[in-house]
Design a protein around this ligand. Structure first.
Ligand code: FES
Length: 329
């Protein structure tokens, strides 16, 4: 009588593209030390442990592990792994099996207001995770093309929220209204000394706690707004700040290739670059406009650089913008 071999958990993971080579992990822990997720507050996050679960047939434990759901495939660990295991690929394979077993993602994801969505497809183009697709649906009694987001693929980065021209997409905690509410109005800060600077900072680019603490230690003229990724920034937010009398806007994000959400930093560098060129065309002398909105990309190894960037921006505003503003007041 023929026997059918029951596939182990590891066999199933290996059978999924990029799930191969899981058995070559020798648990050195390099992946854990390079990953920002554990450092940023999820102590249970541990790719090394998840790979061991795969090899030890601990299916249910792996499906319930936060590691399976929180990995954003930034691939910092892939570059560091001495065994060249595509760890996010293995984690993705485990996630695929977990979804097949009926588990669902616990992450906070975006929602689409179908009555506002025009089906333009920009969210489909910018999403690093292929979460949105355009579907034909009856909206207000009429068939229409609208965006539908797969909650099991969405990582909640908010890149689509910033890109949607109609404001049809929202993510709780970082909706347009919630971010805008944190932007101070320059005209409300007339008694505050020094150039007024709004700093948007991606939560993932500051590895050291001391850098986070430093940002909070600036006086009142520097307002810090935390965002999940610079891809979440809409240039309209920077314009709104400048229009209200804020002197400058600094956007700090991850270095190229290190964005926690894969290409959020690339999307935002394009948008902020375009905004700078637009401001230059509107301003005289040349460079005065774009200098007021600066985009910097901070590498995971560049501890302390945030201070240099904020101080440099303040010095620029002090020397260039303040005299112009004071002459006009
Ligand atoms: Fe830092 Fe995208 S996560 S810029």
């Amino acid at each position: 009588m023929a026997h059918t071999k029951t596939l182990t958990f590891a066999d199933q993971v290996r059978a999924i593209p990029e799930g191969e080579h899981v058995e070559t992990c020798y648990a050195c822990g390099t992946c854990v030390s390079t990953c920002m997720i554990q450092q940023k507050g999820e102590p249970q996050y541990n790719p090394r442990r998840l790979l061991r679960m795969v090899m030890m047939d601990m299916r249910e434990e792996a499906f319930k592990s936060p590691t399976t759901w929180l990995c954003s495939a930034c691939d910092l660990c892939y570059e560091a792994c001495p065994q060249e295991i595509h760890i996010s690929g293995v984690i993705g394979a485990v996630k695929q099996l977990a979804l097949g077993a009926g588990y669902t993602s616990p992450l906070e994801t975006v929602t689409v207001d179908e009555s506002l969505c025009s089906g333009c497809g920009i969210c489909v183009m910018v999403c690093p995770y292929d979460a949105p697709t355009l579907v034909e649906k009856a909206v207000d009694g009429q068939m229409d093309s609208v965006s539908e987001v797969d909650a099991n693929k969405c990582m909640g980065c908010g890149v689509c929220v910033a890109a949607c021209p109609l404001g049809a997409i929202a993510r709780p905690g970082v909706s347009n209204a919630e971010i805008v509410a944190q932007i101070p109005l320059g005209r409300d800060l007339t008694t505050v000394e020094g150039p007024k600077l709004v700093t948007f900072v991606c939560d993932w680019c500051l590895r050291a706690d001391s850098d986070v603490a430093l940002l909070e230690s600036y006086p009142e003229n520097v307002r810090v707004i935390h965002i999940p990724c610079t891809g979440r920034i809409d240039p309209e937010m920077a314009l709104r700040a400048l229009r209200s009398g804020i002197d400058g806007v600094l956007v700090c994000g991850c270095a190229p290739g290190e964005c926690h959400y894969k290409r959020g930093t690339y999307v935002s560098s394009c948008k902020i670059g375009l905004l700078g060129r637009m401001l230059d065309q509107m301003s005289a002398p040349a460079g005065f406009g774009s200098g007021r909105v600066r985009f910097v990309q901070i590498g995971t190894q560049e501890r302390g650089r945030i201070r240099a960037e904020v101080d440099s921006m303040l010095a620029y505003l002090e020397s260039i913008v303040m005299p112009v503003r004071e002459a006009g007041s």
